[in-house]
Ligand binder design. Structure first.
Ligand SMILES: [Zn+2]
Length: 58
């Protein structure tokens, strides 16, 4: 299984796209990216839930 998400899908004006073998790993990539690239945006449980709704299986 491969899952993908774009940073722009959950509200950022950002071209980053992530791909991972499963949703949990994908969320770890997105969390790290958000914390490093989108300061001072915080990675909250709420944002994680929103992001999860945009995960696409490919
Ligand atoms: Zn981004």
């Amino acid at each position: 299984m491969t899952v993908t998400i774009r940073c722009a899908d959950f509200g950022n004006n950002c071209p980053a796209q992530f791909t991972a073998p499963d949703p949990d790993e994908l969320m770890q990539h997105v969390e790290l990216h958000t914390k490093t690239a989108h300061q001072p945006m915080e990675w909250t449980q709420e944002l994680a839930e929103v992001a999860k709704t945009h995960v696409q299986q490919v």
